[in-house]
Ligand binder design. Sequence first.
Ligand code: NAD
Ligand code: FE2
Length: 393
Amino acid sequence: MNPEYYEFFCSVKIISGKKALSNLPYEMGLLGAGNAMIITDQGVVGAGLLEHVKAAFDGATQKIGVVFDQTPIDSSVKVVNELAALYREKKCDCVVAVGGGSCLDTAKGVNIVISEGNGDLMAFQGMDRLTAAPKPFIAIPTTAGTGSEVTAAAVIADTERGVKMPFISQKLYPHVALLDPRMTLTMPPRITAATGMDALTHALEAYYGIQKNPVSDSFSLTAIRLINRYLITAVKNGADEQARMAMANASLCAGIAFSNSMVGIVHALAHATGGCCHVPHGVANTIYLPWGMEFNLEKRHEIIAELAPYFGVAAGGDPRAAASGVIRAVRDMRRELNAICKLPLTLKDAGVDESKLEHIAKSSLDDGSITYNPEEVTFEDALAILKKAWDKE
Ligand SMILES: NC(=O)c1ccc[n+]([C@@H]2O[C@H](COP(=O)([O-])OP(=O)(O)OC[C@H]3O[C@@H](n4cnc5c(N)ncnc54)[C@H](O)[C@@H]3O)[C@@H](O)[C@H]2O)c1
Ligand SMILES: [Fe+2]
């Protein structure tokens, strides 16, 4: 059924495939840039991935002005503000993010501050607060999950208050996303599993969310198909380039879907849990996904039932039974990932103290994603999910 009204937007140039990275200086040139600030982290450097980026500049007129390789997990407002000052000091004219969501979102934050010409990121928190044209910005994801390379969102932690803050604007889209198989080959199994489940959560929450539309649905479905076909393979055999590229594209498609149709209660709980208990984003989504789907089953079973063939579940017949079959298949996938790489399936396993559940429930209600959830969510609803997710799979 078509929605009465919808909008869809994605402005990112996508370059995917072997040696996509070698186009980096050329793409910088097309954007009128010549001096890059590279934003990355220690995991990416330790995996030797920066060498591929540096090699791409061999013989090019474009240069690397500065490399910042200390990006913290979940980013930080303080680091963003410091990096914006470094960008100006080194006379850079382009931001290149190389990493997972933490590096990509940090780079988005830096691009906000340098483009708006204001020294403090906090002035732009929330939705549609940006007015200046963004500076040239190229994203090179090294995880396959957040889809941040094609989203209008950045999630940045305020470590002092223990919260993760959203920044949402069309001006946050990178100009170019480069997907190169070499960049995800080194991801360890548990990060591959957790980030892949983040992508699945994006695709699902966008598909059964209140802002679903035919265009974002098609991106969600592609992502769901690829994840079902390739996630387990990528976790079991990280060297499988085909599986890695499929997951990179799945993450990208899911990112395009949710950047337009948004996410729901699973992400609201995951952001709240990440902010106070530092559970990795993909792990938190893995834990909450089946509970969030069950919570929405009453209103959305007919839509979730449409996904049955993608999960190997018998289609047709009673939609409620098919939708329950899809949720069972998601649980089976989590169990398999847990067996392969010990991906946590409960909050207890992820190290969350039971005393934090009320705080998480309260702060999930302040998360913007909650407003896009099909069912309205009360404090009691959130707490009931958290109590189940604490020790049940
Ligand atoms: N902007 C968005 O649209 C969006 C969407 C979802 C999530 N997020 C945010 O993204 C962040 C999570 O990002 P993430 O899940 O990609 O993880 P991450 O960026 O935090 O990286 C996790 C770990 O993996 C390492 N790593 C990354 N790539 C590697 C590789 N190829 N080889 C070896 N190690 C590698 C990193 O060094 C890090 O230690 C969270 O803060 C989350 O809120 C943003
Ligand atoms: Fe996510």
